[in-house]
Design a protein. Sequence first.
Length: 256
Amino acid sequence: MNNHQQARIGFVWPGGGSEHDFYQFLEETGDRARLFITCTRVGGDGDNDHDIEALEQTSRLDWLVEAALRLIPLKVDCVYWPCTSGSFIRGKAHAEEQLRVLTDTVSAPSGSTSLAFIEALRYSGFRRVSVLSTYPEPASRAFESFLNEFDIEVLNMIWLNAPSGWDAALFQPEFIIKHIPRAIHPDADVLLIPDTAMPSTFAIKDFESCAGIPVFTANGVTMWHAMGLAGLTLSDPRFGTLIAGNLGGKFESGSS
């Protein structure tokens, strides 16, 4: 960690309606980290950014670098790409290349939400998952393919057909809870809920109560992993099983 009192986390932010989720989470967990957001370009026309072609544009390395350059003067402890779909859409190799260019650009450890899901699954020892996806079917299937590249077995998946992150941001916890029973497979270790555009960290415990198994949400794994990269540990039972620190795994530092 740097010489500032708080750890400094830099987000290369793709837009959407969940910024408050991250700020409130940091406040509730002791203000041990400060968040800096720099915006990146996003594919599509604003109403269809969950289309495959739009997501492939959003995932562009040069757009990530363009935004990450603005984090350099802020001397962040880690740089993060908190976009699930923009990090899984071209598969494992491209997701890992995104981290390489971010680390090279900012000279700090880097992470992304899709790879945070993988890290959380490794940490917990979970390999069989159910997925409740906010995306349309094509993007949801791309997430499944991404998980398969890491030998994660998707036992069941449903999708809610949000055409954009702005639409997913309108999903309320009660709406998600209504769909959780349909997403759960009886042999699944964990339920994954991707999409950082949807606020979720303060609903994880309610999701878990409904699911009867651990629930990893995009925003939950993002903050768990980003704070770990910044040198902080989390142990707070208010935010579900992963953030409570009850899974007994070993945190890996990721790209550095």
